[in-house]
Each structure stands twice: as C-alpha cells, then as structure tokens.
Write a protein that binds this ligand. Sequence first.
Ligand code: SF4
Length: 81
Amino acid sequence: MRLVVDLNRCQGYAQCAFLAPDVFAMHGDEALLYNPHADDTQREHVRRAVAACPVQAILVEGLDEAVGASAASGEGMSRER
Ligand code: SF4
C-alpha cells in the first residue's frame, strides 16, 4: 500500500493520527508525519483515516484490492488468494 498526504490540503486536524497512529503522527501542532509505505496490516486503520479526513487529503494506492488495482508498475501487485 502506498499513500500520500496532500500537505497543502491537510489542515492538521489529526483525525488520521488518532485513527491510524502507527501510520500517521502529529509532530508539534501542525506538521504531519506519515509512513508512505504503510504495512498491509494497517489497511483497516488507513481506510478509516481516509474516510475521516475532513479535507480528503489522504490518497492511497492499493487500499482496495477490488478497485482497479491494475497498477502496471511491476511492483508486485498481482497478489491473489
Ligand atoms: S486527518 Fe487529514 S487534515 Fe487531519 S491531519 Fe490527517 S491528513 Fe491532515
């Protein structure tokens, strides 16, 4: 899973840090730190964080396997069970 936070949009509401503390963290009052390569075990937390962000600043690639996950970048996206 690869994620990006649009820091121009992010208003530092910290919803994401609250819902997915292993992926997002507030540094001081406004700076957001995050792990752009969050582990798959964080999927559900990240999903909640994305849904909760009031300004939709969190963009995630590979969050929903069912949703057009045909990333042709050759980065091992062909995992089926
Ligand atoms: S929830 Fe959204 S606005 Fe708030 S800190 Fe996270 S990314 Fe920024």
